[in-house]
Each structure stands twice: as structure tokens, then as C-alpha cells.
Design a protein around this ligand. Structure first.
Ligand SMILES: [Fe+2]
Ligand SMILES: [Fe+2]
Length: 192
């Protein structure tokens, strides 16, 4: 699925790699929050078998990314930093409408955008690490990036199952909002 309307500014790739410990720590916390978010949807929408089946598996993949990130930090002799508020995700999730079934559709589509943006940025990092001669990091980020692309698709499919008539219009609104949010954020050593 093609969700993103605003490509990441190329300067982000340069700035993001300046503080590797900060970037890898933020990325580890992103994987943790991705798993937590999927599991909280499983709790809230327990009566939806397809959602439960797909998001439990997705959470399992996110925790496997988390394990790999922790190993990567350890291998590089870097210690995990405290999590800091993710302005990007918060601003996007502020668009979630409060009543069902809109709330479910919006939560799923916001998650789809976060996965799609993560896919884009992890792919950019894979390319940048390859140019730096960091072959292992490049391969690692390329593998994670392709998983996040599949996750974006899973969230869009779940939104279509929940409310097929709503999805196209809502994707349009959220795509514009996501593009504005990402364009307004400063470039720092974090995923977004
Ligand atoms: Fe992930
Ligand atoms: Fe993901």
C-alpha cells in the first residue's frame, strides 16, 4: 500500500545517524510501543477473531524486533536510554475519533501510517548504513523495514474488514495530516 504523501527530508538521514545510541534507543522503544499498541488492540477488540489472530502475530514480530534491537545495543556496547515522548505518534493519534466504530478504524489506520513511515525511514537508514560501509547494520535495517511494510498492510486490511465504507475517505484525511505532522518535526537522532 502507498500511504505516505510527504517523503522524508534527505537531511533527516544525515542527522539521525549522528548519535547512534540515541537513534538505536529510540528505535528499540518504537518496537516496544508497536508491540504494546497491537496488544492493547487485542485487549480492547477481543471479540474480533481476525483482529486477534493477526495482531497477536504482529505483536510477536514486534517483540522479536525488540529482542534484536536489545542485542544490537549490547553488541555495540551502548546502553539503552530512557524513552522520550513521541510527538509524531501523539499528534497522529490525536486524530482518533472517540466513538465506535470510528475509533477502531482510526486506531488501525493511524497504526498503518506509523508502520508505513517506519518502513520508509528504516529503509532510508538501511541505504545510509550501506553507504557508511556498515554492512551488518544495513542488512539488519533492510530486514526490519520490509516487516514494517507488511504491518502497514495488515492494519489497512483490518480497517477494511471493520468498516469498508469508511476507509478510503479516512485514509485521505489521515494522509494529509500525517504529511503535515512529519514535515513540522525537527530532524533529530530518532526514528520519527
Ligand atoms: Fe517492528
Ligand atoms: Fe511494525
Amino acid at each position: 500500500v502507498k500511504l505516505l504523501r510527504h517523503p522524508t527530508d534527505p537531511r533527516w538521514s544525515e542527522v539521525s545517524r549522528r548519535d547512534l545510541a540515541a537513534l538505536l534507543s529510540d528505535h528499540l522503544h518504537c518496537e516496544r510501543k508497536a508491540a504494546e499498541n497491537a496488544l492493547s488492540l487485542v485487549r480492547r477488540y477481543a471479540a474480533r477473531p481476525s483482529l486477534v489472530a493477526r495482531l497477536t502475530r504482529l505483536a510477536h514480530e514486534e517483540t522479536s524486533h525488540l529482542v534484536q534491537m536489545a542485542a544490537l545495543l549490547e553488541e555495540r556496547g551502548l546502553s539503552l536510554r530512557a524513552d522520550t515522548p513521541n510527538r509524531y505518534a501523539r499528534a497522529l493519534l490525536a486524530e482518533v475519533r472517540p466513538d465506535e466504530p470510528q475509533r477502531l478504524v482510526d486506531c488501525l489506520l493511524c497504526a498503518a501510517f506509523i508502520e508505513a513511515r517506519s518502513h520508509e525511514r528504516l529503509s532510508l537508514l538501511a541505504g545510509a548504513f550501506a553507504r557508511d560501509g556498515e554492512e551488518r547494520l544495513a542488512a539488519f535495517y533492510a530486514a526490519l523495514a520490509s516487516a514494517e511494510d507488511r504491518h502497514a498492510e495488515i492494519y489497512v486490511e483490518l480497517a477494511r474488514e471493520a468498516a469498508p465504507a469508511e476507509v478510503a475517505a479516512r485514509l485521505d484525511v489521515l494522509a494529509a495530516r500525517e504529511a503535515a505532522i512529519i514535515a513540522a518535526l525537527p530532524h533529530t537522532s530518532r526514528v520519527h
